[in-house]
Design a protein around this ligand. Structure first.
Ligand code: SF4
Length: 354
């Protein structure tokens, strides 16, 4: 994507009249777009991807950077001012730094990236300089053997080096995301918190979700939010809810603990046992241009065909917006996940990103 294209992408897309904010049928304003850049990943995390992996999509099926910027620029005009880049693993997408620089020029309120950290040591600096504001780094364990087990390809030392590079790069906020799995890393929650706090990071624990038709959701693996809180309070004393501010607009609920004289935050993302669908503010764009208005359902709306329809500028913007409004109007109230791992979509987490 040329610099000129980057500068102009968005410019000609001005909608003639302000069309009003993007709100779903339940009056939930949509202000947050998660953009999956690829379904490829350099890991094979046991709860995210089948052991054999998935057949990655041919490049021609992926949205180009210009198409991604176009969708973001159009939705920005109806109140979608927060964007998080996901995958698969977004850092395996070639020229990611170029895309970030073009998105940063749009003047969004928040531009963030989720990563497994494997390539962060080399990319943290360039991404920060390109205008990326925040990072969510996945880290499910501090034990190298467990790390290799859960990621099936991962190198803990590279992720730890990536975290140091991210800290040195000066990101406004770095969150450490841990998928909490009963019988796997539930004995490490306090250690992960101490690791994060000692580095000025915000630890967050995520309940496992029954994606992939529940096939990767092993019975008994769910560690409910109530149990996560109990484990943290056993280690750190009572946690105070809702008193700490952490940048971002996602569904995490934060607790504040008093540890060694300092107030420190922990986030919990409890989609299964304490859902947050009533305040859902987000939609997701897959790497192939499918708009998913809910992570937990398989239906999606094809924006790629609109993007490649030959329409240009305001006409393209209006057509994209009409397709998005139609999809958002039909957004369901919430998910049907059960604690037993039923009620989830067939899609893999790797194909849409968290
Ligand atoms: S399950 Fe769907 S409605 Fe609920 S928070 Fe997630 S994306 Fe929103």
């Amino acid at each position: 994507m040329s610099a000129a294209a980057g500068r102009t992408a968005g410019a000609g897309l001005a909608l003639p009249l302000y069309p009003g904010p993007l709100v779903d049928g339940l009056s939930r304003p949509i202000s947050y777009l998660r953009v999956s850049l690829t379904d490829r990943c350099n890991y094979r995390c046991t709860y995210c991807m089948p052991p054999e992996g998935i057949n990655p999509l041919p490049r021609s099926e992926l949205l180009t950077f210009e198409e991604i910027v176009t969708v973001v620029a159009v939705l920005q005009q109806v109140g979608v001012r927060r964007v998080r880049l996901t995958g698969g693993e977004p850092t395996v997408r070639k020229d990611l730094v170029v895309l970030v620089s073009h998105l940063a020029r749009l003047g969004l309120d928040d531009l963030a990236l989720s990563t497994n950290g494997e390539r962060l040591a080399e990319l943290a600096g360039p991404l920060r300089q390109a205008g990326l504001g925040r990072l969510n780094i996945s880290l499910d364990t501090l034990d190298a053997a467990r790390f290799a087990q859960v990621t099936r390809h991962g190198h803990l030392d590279r992720v730890l080096a990536g975290i140091e590079a991210a800290r040195a790069a000066g990101f406004a906020c770095i969150k450490l995301n841990t998928v909490a799995v009963a019988g796997f890393n539930d004995d490490e929650l306090p250690a992960i918190c101490r690791f994060a706090w000692a580095r000025g990071l915000v630890p967050r624990f995520i309940e496992i979700m029954p994606m992939s038709g529940g096939a990767l959701f092993y019975p008994g693996s769910l560690l409910p939010a109530a149990r996560i809180r109990a484990l943290l309070e056993e280690a750190f004393g009572p946690g105070e809810p809702g008193v700490t501010y952490v940048p971002g607009a996602g569904p995490a609920r934060y607790l504040q603990f008093r540890v060694e004289g300092k107030s420190v935050p922990v986030g919990i993302i409890s989609a299964v046992t304490e859902p947050f669908c009533d305040t859902c503010n987000r939609v997701r764009l897959s790497a192939t241009g499918q708009l998913h208005v809910c992570l937990a359902h398989d239906e999606s709306t094809d924006l790629r065909t609109v993007l490649r329809s030959g329409l240009r500028d305001a006409e393209l913007a209006a057509a994209l917006l009409a397709a998005v409004r139609g999809a958002v109007a039909a957004k369901r109230a919430g998910h049907a996940f059960t604690r037993a791992g039923c009620g989830g979509p067939r899609k893999h987490m790797v194909s849409i990103g968290g």
